[in-house]
Design a protein around this ligand. Structure first.
Ligand code: 4AD
Ligand code: MG
Length: 430
């Protein structure tokens, strides 16, 4: 017999099926017992009537505790009163394991309790829906870049050099040498784009973020495209296109999950091109006009990002940042040496930066000077400088944070729920 999954119940009306799953909840009205069973793809109400099931199996009902693993079989029927619209009339119940008293009950628990039980919390409806949406976000980014002719080239996780500043490095020992967990695949993407033209990498990246915020985790997943012969405007275009594509895909494939987590879908339906484009200087002006004092030259923090994004109902591009708030590799604007050709995309609804990227400095002498100014070890970057020695061309790319995007699309408060096992400043367990 084919394996049956609850999500396919509509195709099996009138047929006998076997569900291998776990008990989500149960109730009884004496003669009739109701078991809510989940199998990872959905939840189905199963009905055990005394006369239709062997007596000893009917009696198992009292023993089955929440999250016990069970295998049941019965006939699928339509029933508009049942959650999901389908019901299973049970013929057999088999217990695989009786669960010990389950620590997560339908009553409210505090977040720190739930975070400690994250390995179990994943089974609950809301967390389950969020992680399915995350999976769709990932499918969408892969499809988008593959369809646009990008080649996936994986970049290393253990690296000898810092890219996004030296304050957030996780250091480790590598056979007598210092190594770091990568902050970004970018530097390697710059090499592979010179070999393949359009590339992307997708993998975990690490930042030893010392601050506790609802937008930062220390291990997060980035998709990073990089394009040879591209300029700032080209990658702004791609960033916008991929965001529109992701949102469309989630709305198309995961609307049921958005409904489960009570996400207001209206603002997501509005995510269409074109997105507004402003410069850093215009953003500073906007913040000051809104009555919050902000000095030109500083980097935006969460409060400024929220003020800016509150003025728009779509993601917004902010470009031309002061060079001193951006990394050494960013190309300077030809018209003004104080400005970097970088872009951040802020999500609407106060979710902050979801994309960071820009055009790279392609000139050898300028880059050598920057490394010196930033006190970066020349030896670790020698290979990177080679890219400016052998056929250097203008190029640009960006990184999109999967958890930031998932958090925004799900409309959840904290980034920690957008990944199965978040790594935070104060927790590496479970
Ligand atoms: O803006 P960032 O630091 O840019 C880079 O790493 C570039 N080298 C990428 C590139 O051009 N290839 O990070 C890119 C994105 C951010 O916009 C954000 O979405 C996410 O990565 N991000 C984080 N997400 C969760 N927790 C953190 N601590 C994050 N830091 C960055
Ligand atoms: Mg950034």
């Amino acid at each position: 017999m084919d394996s049956f999954y609850i999500k396919d119940a509509s195709k099996y009306v009138g047929k006998e099926v076997t569900v291998k799953g776990w008990l989500y909840n149960k109730r009884s009205s004496g003669k009739v017992n109701f078991l809510l069973i989940r199998d990872g793809t959905g939840i189905i109400q199963s009905v055990a009537v005394r006369s239709e099931i062997p007596d000893e199996e009917f009696k198992l009902f009292d023993k089955i505790t929440q999250e016990s693993s069970i295998i049941v079989s019965g006939v699928i029927g339509e029933d508009s009163r049942a959650p999901g619209g389908y019901e299973l009339s049970l013929k057999h119940i088999e217990i695989v394991q009786i669960s010990e008293p389950y620590p997560i009950s339908p009553k409210e628990h505090g977040v720190s309790f739930l975070m400690n039980k994250r390995h179990l919390w994943l089974r609950s409806k809301k967390q389950h829906a969020i992680l399915r949406i995350r999976a769709e976000v990932i499918n969408a980014v892969r499809d988008f870049f593959n369809n646009e002719g990008f080649i996936l080239v994986d970049t290393p996780i253990l690296t000898p050099c810092a890219c996004e500043g030296t304050t957030t490095l996780f250091e480790t020992e590598y056979f007598g040498e210092k190594a770091y967990l990568t902050q970004t695949g970018q530097l390697y993407n710059e090499a592979t784009c010179m070999a393949f033209g359009k590339v992307y990498c997708f993998g975990p990246t690490f930042r030893a973020e010392k601050s506790k915020t609802r937008r930062h985790i220390t291990e997060f997943w980035q998709v990073e495209p990089e394009i040879a012969y591209a300029e700032l405007k080209d990658i702004m275009d791609y960033a916008e296109k991929v965001i529109v594509y992701i949102v469309e895909r989630v709305l198309e494939k995961r609307k049921d999950d958005l409904i489960t987590i009570e996400r207001n879908i209206k603002p997501l339906e509005n995510i269409k091109s074109p997105f507004p484009k402003i410069t850093y200087s215009e953003a500073v002006k906007l913040i000051n006009e809104k009555g919050s004092y902000f000095e030109w030259g500083d980097d935006f923090g969460a409060p400024q990002e929220t003020l800016i994004s509150d003025s728009f109902d779509k993601p917004i591009h902010i470009s031309h940042f002061p060079t001193k708030v951006k990394p050494f590799y960013m190309k300077r604007a030809p018209e003004d040496e104080k400005l970097a050709l970088g872009v951040d995309v802020l999500a609407p609804e106060g979710y902050g930066e979801i994309v960071g990227g820009g055009q790279r400095e392609e000139n050898l002498e300028i880059l050598e000077k920057r490394l010196k100014e930033d006190n970066l070890p020349r030896k670790a970057f020698e290979w990177y400088l080679d890219l400016r020695r052998y056929g250097s061309v203008p190029h640009a790319g960006f990184g999109l944070g999967i958890e930031r995007v998932t958090t925004w699309i799900c409309g959840i408060h904290h980034i920690r729920e957008s990944i199965a096992f978040p790594r935070l400043l104060d927790s590496i367990y479970p």
